[in-house]
Design a protein around this ligand. Structure first.
Ligand code: SF4
Length: 193
């Protein structure tokens, strides 16, 4: 599926991104993390969560006691959407049409991996997969009924922690993120499905 996705032209984002960035991880992973879209570093590398947000995610997973090598990571949109600002490429939020066009790739990943626990990272992934009424700020870390996996929840995207205005709030947000991931680790341990 990864190879086939390289030729996807189901929306216009293939014109803007360098390449399709498909999900990665063990094909039978218990845990799947779903973010919004690849960022600048991921677009160039062709791998998900390898940039600054991915490195923060690695640290948070380690602190939560989750083995990163056993996690499947992916995004609701597989191409980097960006706007030029000077010489920089600035993240642009994917729209509903782009998210919908890309959805079959994510559904295929979920169907093949069959994770026991699925975690949406950030509002875009949460609202795409759990509905427009899902509010990450209010419902983060709580499990909701979903046909996607036996246990489904959402938390913030690690990039939001990088955007914290100062060190103190960054530390506080990191602690909350790790707390959510510890809840996820517990759900994996206690899951009998
Ligand atoms: S963003 Fe998704 S649907 Fe759009 S071209 Fe890329 S892989 Fe295809």
């Amino acid at each position: 599926m990864r190879d086939i996705s390289k030729g996807c032209k189901a929306c216009d984002l293939y014109r803007r991104g360098t390449q399709t960035v498909f999900g990665e991880g063990p094909p039978t992973a218990d845990l799947m993390l779903v973010g919004e879209q690849p960022g600048d570093a991921e677009d160039l590398a062709g791998h998900p969560f390898v940039g600054p947000a991915g490195k923060l995610l690695d640290r948070a997973l380690e602190e939560a006691g989750i083995d990163r090598s056993l996690v499947y990571v992916t995004n609701v949109v597989k191409h980097f959407k960006w706007e030029p600002r000077g010489k920089r490429r600035i993240h642009a939020k994917p729209n509903a049409g782009e998210i919908g066009a890309c959805r079959p790739w994510l559904e295929t990943e979920i169907a093949l991996v069959k994770p026991r626990v699925l975690v949406c990272l950030g509002a875009t992934a949460a609202q795409a997969l759990l509905g427009r009424s899902f509010k990450v700020t209010q419902q983060r870390g709580t499990f909701v009924a979903s046909p996607l996996a036996p246990r489904v929840t959402a938390t913030v995207h690690p990039s939001s922690i990088l955007r914290a205005p100062d060190d103190e709030s960054r530390r506080a947000e990191m602690a909350e993120f790790v707390k959510d991931l510890k809840t996820v680790a517990k759900a994996i341990r206690n899951s009998d499905v």
